[in-house]
Design a protein around this ligand. Structure first.
Ligand SMILES: NC(=O)c1ccc[n+]([C@@H]2O[C@H](COP(=O)([O-])OP(=O)(O)OC[C@H]3O[C@@H](n4cnc5c(N)ncnc54)[C@H](OP(=O)(O)O)[C@@H]3O)[C@@H](O)[C@H]2O)c1
Length: 284
């Protein structure tokens, strides 16, 4: 009797127990008729490279990579997409005839959630990004490609924002981008879209934003998720902003992009976002 070989996928990170990727990919597999195994791997800080390579040596087909290994994931291979190169980080690894390849689907996941799910107009938009970590890096090129006209990056550690702007300006010729210091926020004009790409919401921290950065019809979008209204979104709401979203849709959309890269088929996402929201967001 022949036993069916089930393709193996996984997400690696540290810590990893909180990851929703297994249930998202399981839902995609059901809706597209794929038979896959998708597990969590608790990566070790000194041993990430060895563990990721072993996964593929043992026949693994695809690996999602999360904090704090995304930059190290990119360094595992010289075969990567332009968007991974621009981000300087990879969240998706796959195995093909020429070995391991790397991609970064965070930015396109954000753009799909903004444009397709929320109806945000990015064409000509002025965008303020709070934070200059891995997530901020990953979303900049896709935002420009989706039509954003200018982008400001503000970070608690100003030098990190300056470095990001300088590096992305060279690597992906990202134009119309500047860094500003946190103390300059009160001097800026309103933006069409304000993205919280800091980890402040995850840690329950209040950013204390000034009202001048918001316009009457601005969108406030938090890459964080998991609470009914994150501190950043509460802050924006208190300042009169009504267009608010957390990053749950981005989470599902970036997973769908990884799924498509591995399986060649795009899964439906709206039902998965709705199902996940009803399970992880406490009722208000
Ligand atoms: N929805 C999704 O699919 C998705 C995907 C990727 C990431 N994310 C979320 O995006 C967030 C950032 O991730 P990351 O990978 O960029 O993390 P990271 O590389 O560790 O960067 C963290 C950033 O947050 C800033 N920060 C932290 N606490 C702050 C505070 N109290 N006030 C102001 N700034 C603060 C840091 O500033 P300093 O440089 O000054 O330390 C840094 O810019 C996380 O919440 C993550 O869960 C969501």
């Amino acid at each position: 009797m022949e036993t069916e070989l089930i393709a193996r996928y996984a997400v690696i990170g540290h810590p990893i127990t909180h990851s929703r990727s297994p249930e998202i990919h399981a839902a995609f597999a059901v809706s597209t008729g794929r038979n896959i195994r998708y597990e969590r791997i608790e990566g070790s800080l000194p041993g990430f490279e060895e563990e990721a390579l072993r996964f593929f040596e043992e026949g693994g087909s695809g690996l999602n990579v999360t904090l704090p290994f995304k930059e190290r994931a990119l360094a595992l291979t010289s075969r990567c997409t332009e968007r991974a190169l621009c981000a300087g980080a990879a969240n998706t690894l796959g195995f093909g005839p020429e070995g391991i390849w790397a991609d970064n689907t965070d930015g396109v996941g954000l753009v799909r959630d903004l444009v397709n799910n929320l109806g945000v107009e990015l064409q000509g938009a002025d965008v303020l990004i709070l934070g200059a970590g891995g997530a901020a890096r990953g979303v900049i090129q896709p935002l420009f490609e989706a039509g954003a006209s200018a982008l400001w990056v503000v970070n608690r550690t100003r030098a990190r924002a300056e470095r990001l702007v300088a590096e992305l300006g060279v690597v992906c010729a990202a134009k119309s981008m500047q860094s500003v210091s946190w103390s300059d926020l009160s001097t800026l004009q309103g933006f069409n879209l304000i993205l919280n790409a800091t980890s402040s919401s995850v840690n329950g921290e209040w950013l204390g934003l000034p009202d001048n950065i918001f316009l009457k019809d601005s969108w406030a979008y938090d890459l964080g998720y998991g609470q009914s209204l994150t501190p950043f979104l509460q802050n924006a709401q208190q300042l009169g902003v009504t267009r608010l979203s957390d990053g749950l849709g981005m989470l599902v959309e970036q997973a769908a992009e990884s799924f498509q890269a591995w399986h060649g088929v795009r899964p439906e996402t709206r039902g998965v976002i709705g199902g996940l929201r009803s399970r992880i967001t406490p009722p208000v």
